[in-house]
Every structure is written in C-alpha cells, then in structure tokens.
Design a protein around this ligand. Structure first.
Ligand code: NAD
Length: 268
C-alpha cells in the first residue's frame, strides 16, 4: 500500500491500456494520481474506479499534441495536490496505414508522431521538472518501445520517435540528477491491451510467440509494475535507463527459432 505513499503522480494516456494499469497500480500504492487523457470520459471513469477502491485520483483533459495543454495538465496537478513527484509520459502510438517504409511514409504522420511520441515527452519533462525540484526530487518514466532497438520493414516514424525517447531519457537524467530528478524509460514489447487484442490478428500473435523467449504475451500490468518500481524509492539509484519488458524478444540469436525447428525436422 505504501510504495509511493503521498506522492503526486500524473499518468498521460491513463484512460486505457498501459497507462490505465500504471495509474491504478500507482494509486493502489498510495500515490495521488492525475489521469490525463484526451478521452476525458474514460479518464473520469478510471479516476472514479480508483476512488471507489479507496485511492485518490482526478481526471484531466490532455491532448499531448498541444504543448499548452501539457503545461496546463502539470499546473492542474500542482494546484489540486500541492506538488508533483512522478510523471509517466505514456501517450504515444502510430498509424500503421500511414507509417510505412521511408520511401512511402506519409510525411504528415512522421510529423504527427514526432510531436505526439517525442516532443510531448520533452515538454512534459520541461514543465514538470521545476515543480519536482521544488518538491525535493522526482521520478519521470517515459514510454519507449522495443521498436526503438532494431530496424523494421515499416513503422519508420514509430521506431525513430521511440529511439529519440530512449536518448532523451538519458539527457534528462544527466541534466537533473544532481537535483534528485530520476528519469527512466520502459520499452514494452507486444502488450495485450484491449486495443491490441481487438486489432492484432492471430497470425501476428503467432509471430511474437515464435520469437519471444517466454511462452506467453505481455499484459498492461507487466508494464504497470515496472513503472511503479521506477517511480518508487526502491529504484532510487536507477536513472537514465530503459527497461525492456518484452518477453525476451531480443535476447537471443535471431536464428534460434529457425534452428530449433530445423533440429525438430531432423529428429522426426
Ligand atoms: N500496447 C503495446 O503493445 C505497446 C508496445 C510498445 C509500446 N507501447 C507504447 O505504450 C504507450 C501506451 O500504449 P497502449 O497500447 O496502452 O495504448 P492505448 O491505445 O491502449 O491507450 C492510449 C491512451 O492514450 C490516449 N491518447 C492517445 N493519444 C493521445 C493524445 N494525443 N493526447 C492525450 N491522450 C491520448 C488514448 O485516449 C488512450 O486512452 C504508447 O506510448 C505506445 O506507443 C505500447
């Protein structure tokens, strides 16, 4: 109940998926949480559920593409709860129909993702850090992706914007560590959020099953618990890091599944 007791936390994109799991876990461990999302109705529902479970939470409208609204969200948290200690910069995503290979990518989608996936993270840090310094320190957790660590046939903007988040995390950690600001990131693999469950085909799930080291898929809480750990003082000597929570997708030689299947073929 007390891992982040009385800390004030903002979770962007907190109305669904990974953000929702993070907001609920932070609240269950004692944080006062602002659930910020452009789906205000869904954010209000999450805040209500947290309060019904005995926690403290308020909803706030956020469009992460708008820097003024990011500043407003942070000022609202400080006005409502008196300070700010934890910021989870979770909003992000891509439009797979438009985010193609470099020759065919929609340029507007590139710009949109630079704005929503990367610039919003920088602005969240920019506006939160002075309040965190005033509070005696803070913890920022940015959401990257496993797409930050390898090339892909498509999703060019997504990979580039999430890789930028990984290094921005190091920059913030380097610049404000002496003022007791920690900044880390979490890089999820495929996580079965409601949206992912609705849109990802069984064939794509099978590809992840083939290449993940673990025999099951990730759940929003797998990221939420990592966020909670990084937010808490249990991680007080960890900064500038990106924790990959991806079922061991990248840990082995990429040819392992093919060699295993070859070995099985020869054995039969
Ligand atoms: N789910 C995965 O498999 C996966 C994998 C790697 C990385 N991620 C990253 O995790 C983060 C959360 O993803 P998710 O799968 O939980 O998403 P989701 O679609 O389940 O939830 C995203 C939430 O953010 C809100 N939102 C979207 N754009 C917004 C904006 N511009 N301003 C304010 N709110 C906005 C939505 O209303 C929604 O509530 C993203 O940064 C995503 O890139 C997800």
């Amino acid at each position: 109940m007390n891992r982040v007791r009385d800390k004030v936390a903002i979770v962007t994109g907190g109305a669904s998926g990974i953000g929702l799991a993070s907001a609920k876990l932070l609240a269950s461990e004692g944080a006062k949480v602002i659930v910020a999302d452009f789906n205000l109705e869904a954010a209000q529902k999450v805040a209500r559920e947290i309060r019904q479970a005995g926690g403290v939470a308020e909803a706030a409208f956020l469009n992460a593409a708008d820097g003024d609204l990011i500043k407003e969200m942070i000022d609202t948290a400080v006005e409502k709860f008196g300070s700010l200690h934890i910021l989870v910069n979770n909003v992000g995503g891509n439009n797979p129909q438009k985010d193609l290979d470099v020759v065919n990518i929609d340029i507007e989608e590139w710009d949109r993702q630079m704005n929503v996936n990367t610039k919003s993270v920088m602005l969240g840090c920019k506006y939160a850090i002075p309040h965190m310094i005033a509070a005696g320190g803070g913890s920022i957790i940015n959401t990257a992706s496993m797409a930050a660590f390898a090339g892909d046939a498509v999703r060019t903007a997504y990979g580039a914007t999430k890789a930028a988040v990984v290094n921005l995390t190091r920059y913030v950690a380097t610049q404000y560590g002496h003022q007791r600001i920690r900044c880390n990131a979490v890089a999820p693999g495929l996580i079965l959020t409601p949206a992912a469950k609705a849109h990802i085909s069984p064939e794509v799930m099978d590809i992840f099953s083939k290449y993940n080291a673990l025999p099951y898929h990730g759940e929003p809480e797998d990221i939420g618990y990592t966020v909670l750990f990084l937010a808490s003082d249990e991680a007080k000597f960890i900064t500038g890091q990106t924790i990959q929570v991806e079922g061991g997708h990248y840990i082995g030689n990429p040819t392992v599944p093919d060699f295993l299947s070859l070995a099985n073929t020869h054995a039969n």
